[in-house]
Design a protein around this ligand. Sequence first.
Ligand code: ADP
Length: 679
Amino acid sequence: MIETHIDRDLAPATGTEWMSGGGEMGRRMRELDWTQSTLGTPRRWPAALKSATRIVLASHEPVCVWWGSDCALIFNDACAPLLGEYAANALGQPAPAAWLDGAAQVSGGDSTYAHSLSPVPGEDGGLGGVFCAFFDVSAAVATERKLVTEVQSLTRLHDLTLRLGGMTELGPILQAILDTAVETQDADFGLVWLQDRETRVLAVEASRNWDPQLLKTFNNVKSGPAGSAAGNAFEQRRRWVIEDVEADEGYEPYRHIARTIGYRAIHSTPIVTRAGSLLGVISAHYAQPRQPSQRDMQMADVCARHAADAIESFRGQAAIRESERLHRAIGESINYGVWVCDGHGHQTYTSESFLRLTGLTAEQCAGEGWTTVLHPDDRERTLEAWRHWMAAGGEWDFEHRIRGADGQWHAVLARGMPVRNDQHDIVGWAGINLDIARLKQVENELRELDERKNEFLATLAHELRNPLAPLRNGLELIKLAGTRPGTIDKAREMMERQLAQMVRLVDDLLDVSRVSRGKIDLRRERMALAVVLRNAIETSAPLLQDRNHHFVMHIPAGPLVVDADLTRLSQVFWNLLSNAAKYTEPGGRIELTVTALGDHVEVAVRDNGIGIPVDMQDRIFDTFTQVDRAMDKSQGGLGIGLSIAKRLAEMHDGSIRVSSKGHGEGTEFVVRLPLVSPG
Ligand code: ADP
């Protein structure tokens, strides 16, 4: 009532008698001296403006009207905040340019408004002014902003996923993840820490906007930065937030770093694998004190998950590469390496060493290519066994010959096992190729030795029995001879000869075992070579005479002195002379030639007998070796004389060699010995 009363009082002066209500703004309008404005006294305002003004004042929503060519403004209380400081003087003054321009949104105070404009006709029927109503759209705008940020974050995460797909090095991967973490959280700095698997220390692996010098401070901390956000997040395996480093007591040791770098708040998230292993921490640092928002936490979690996956996959791949290198090394350390076949038995991997052996490329060897280098005689056998093995699924163990790049056949033992999956199905085969050339050689040598030994035993039995029959006959003769001394003498001579033969056989046998066990001691002294040779010739003279050989000697004049065991060195020459006599048809020619060669002497024993086939000449000195046993038997021998002679020559620091052009071509043995000064 009082208000109305006042209005009425003022009305005649201002012409605002028709205005009513409108709160503070209504009061100011009624008090305003409108004659100073382009609108003039309100009493004369056009009816349309008056109506619009009444509506403006009556409205609780922000509304206004601007009138005339100057756009003189009339607004209500609710509209005042939209004008800010201008509100105090805006009545009757031009409306803000932004409103007139029809800006989509207008901010006022903490809110954002959209406005709708309606034309108001003037007196002449033309446009008198514009009625403008504002709507608070703050909530919608906030939602829209949030959505935009959300979409931006998702886009960044999506970009990150795409980029990670093409990256192989862990450093750049972690850097990309950290960049995304910092950007999506609107943070200013960031760090990724990983725990060193050996030292257990947390070390910085990626950083964003950090001074590298300052990073060293963190890296030097042994057990990870205790009391820091990262240290706590790691120790406690959970998010750790320091809203303001200036207010956080535990952060005191690092505060100077925070000040230097320029951050106030930290948000650290542990990096944990899906299986639950703790790998490290990802931290975002903010320039202002701050509590991370829900979205910040989500972004940090997503980035930490990306980091965990990336580290795990990187380490897994590194482990696979290491294991591949290990297997390759194992393969290469075996001659000829390892091989791998798929479930169909097609070779998928072959070690370098097998490829080197065969000269095949990996491609040529793949599939069934490896069978092309099998020996033709082994091929079918191998393939059949291979097919059988694949069907049966057992252990593959097969010997065959492989053609090498050197054109030779190489004995190879292939071994393998089926590879099974978790369901125990066979998914492939893997195995090795073993070089068994040496094994094969030893096996052959052993077989030959065994054959020689068996032959020897047969020969030995034969040789030992040979004299027994004549000896028994001799005894029989003596028994029957009575007092006929002639017969007895003859029988005794014959028996002595046979006995001597037996004694020689037994002596040889003893020698060969002693020689092979190194049990013979030489009693060496300086002596003229001639003495040794004479001794040997005397011993073999009966045999030479028996077989009616023509024996010739060439010995140079002058003393040739050797350091020898008379008996043992004589045995060498005696052996050669006996052999020459034995293996030369009766009436043959046997020569002994001595040649001095500086500090050595060579003694050659040459015959024109049956000769020795060239391919036998290497083996002739082996124990139990005889060229033709059937024929030799008649010559009475065990195949050990030459091996003893060779060993004895060597014990005298000498050597012995043979040469013969072959069967029927005669034979020459040469003994080479060092000479010593006559001293
Ligand atoms: P053996 O007791 O059989 O004579 P050796 O070891 O003395 O044993 O000789 C081995 C083999 O060498 C003989 O069996 C013989 O076949 C061959 N041989 C040795 N000397 C001669 C030679 N002068 N002429 C031909 N063959 C020989």
